[in-house]
Design a protein around this ligand. Structure first.
Ligand code: PLP
Length: 394
């Protein structure tokens, strides 16, 4: 009886078309860019495997070899006995790739953000965070107990106002996604660098959706804009473009020494399995050297945006592989997604609280392995469904 509230809450979520459910899916052998769901092979427009590396044979082989030589688990946290040699090799390669003093591997992006933010700020400090930043940033701020000053999305005047208001704070941290995960648009990084300088704040960027995708060697958006040395803390994940799992934090040697001493998710959690580290190292080599994958992805993203716009949809600007179509109503977004599945396309409905109330959407995400023909067919199908459901004016 003490748990009865839960059933009631779930019922009310379901009533608002907000209940989330797990659905089984599997890769389709020999067909990257597709998934198997409910017995159907679907074009996967909801994956973050942007470069198509999740099934890459060289990465799988590197992981297999490491499994056989290093075993399954690492056995302890890194500060105890879990700090296997592949960590040092990978972190050296990461610092070299990002051209910064040092790098630290984290278990995943969620733990990197919560760990870094709570290590950098605390009571008496203020974090300035874009309203559309990822949930792991929001949770990191809550964990840190610093004051959370959220500015309107990409609204630099609002940020300037908040920085001025909190000018007496002990430490100030500005944090932003570089590519916003549910909208696919870019942060105003030049402006953020300028404001950080004027107000003596630290600047942290989350390159989850830009690492591997932008920059000559896939370093991320800050490199491609030539401002990477103005960023104090870079973080990114290996779970998206890298096709694997894990995350990185790059910055000065001092920063990494501090995190080793103060980032609690790093200190109090078991080291990643060595096979994952070996896979990441191999993936990093591919990301750095195979720039064709980036070129294909960005070209496909631009083209797909144009096709949707020509079809009458509004979507975010730019060339990122995240292309949202805002439906608005939660139930309508679910219906849209169900119709897409009928038509052979996997594209999930994203609803509150992941996105603001009234902005439920289909978030299309592209991969370098998608062909032009697949995307053309998808765009025409999306348009038909949009017309049928009244999302597009007739
Ligand atoms: C996915 C994501 C994360 C979390 O990364 P994981 O490695 O999946 O835990 C953090 N930040 C942003 C912006 C993301 O999109």
């Amino acid at each position: 009886m003490t748990m009865k509230w839960m059933e009631q809450e779930l019922q009310s979520l379901a009533g608002e078309a907000l209940e989330r459910k797990l659905r089984d899916s599997a890769p389709v052998s020999g067909r990257p860019g597709y998934i198997l769901r409910d017995g159907q092979e679907l074009l996967n427009l909801s994956s973050n495997d942007y470069l198509g590396l999740a099934q890459h044979p060289a990465i799988i082989e590197a992981m297999r070899t490491a499994l056989l030589t290093e075993g399954a688990g690492s056995g302890a946290s890194r500060l105890v006995t879990g700090n296997r040699t592949p960590y040092r090799e990978l972190e050296d390669a990461l610092a070299d790739w990002q051209q910064c003093g040092a790098a630290l591997v984290a278990a995943n992006g969620y733990m990197a953000n919560t760990g870094v933010i709570s290590a950098l700020v605390g009571r008496g400090d203020v974090v300035f965070s874009d309203r559309l930043n990822h949930a792991s940033i929001v949770d990191g701020v809550a964990l840190s107990r610093a004051e959370h000053a959220r500015y309107r999305h990409n609204d630099m005047e609002h940020l300037r106002h908040l920085l001025h208001k909190h000018r007496g704070a002990r430490r100030k941290l500005i944090v932003t996604d570089t590519i916003f995960s549910m909208d696919g648009d870019q942060a105003l990084l030049h402006e953020l660098v300028q404001l950080k300088g004027q107000h003596g704040a630290m600047l942290m960027v989350d390159e989850a959706h830009s690492g591997g995708i932008y920059g000559g060697n896939g370093e991320g958006l800050c490199h491609s804009l030539g401002i990477h040395s103005d960023i104090d803390i870079h973080m990114g994940t290996f779970s998206k473009a890298f096709g694997l799992y894990g995350a990185y934090v790059c910055g000065s040697e001092t920063l990494v020494r501090w995190l080793v001493n103060r980032a609690r998710p790093f200190i109090y959690s078991t080291a990643l399995p060595p096979s994952i580290l070996a896979g990441i190292s191999q993936s990093l080599e591919i990301v750095r050297s195979e720039s064709d994958r980036r070129r294909l992805l960005l070209a496909a993203s631009r083209k797909f945006r144009t096709m949707l716009r020509d079809g009458g949809f509004q979507t975010s600007d730019g060339d990122s592989p995240i292309v949202p179509v805002i439906v608005g109503d939660n139930a309508a977004a679910l219906r849209f997604s169900a119709e897409l599945q009928e038509a052979g396309i996997a594209a999930v409905a994203i609803r509150p609280p992941t996105v603001p109330e009234g902005t439920a959407r289909i978030r299309f995400s592209l991969s370098a392995v998608h062909t032009e023909r697949e995307l053309e067919q998808a765009a025409s199908c999306i348009r038909s469904i949009g017309l049928k459901l009244g999302v597009l004016p007739l």
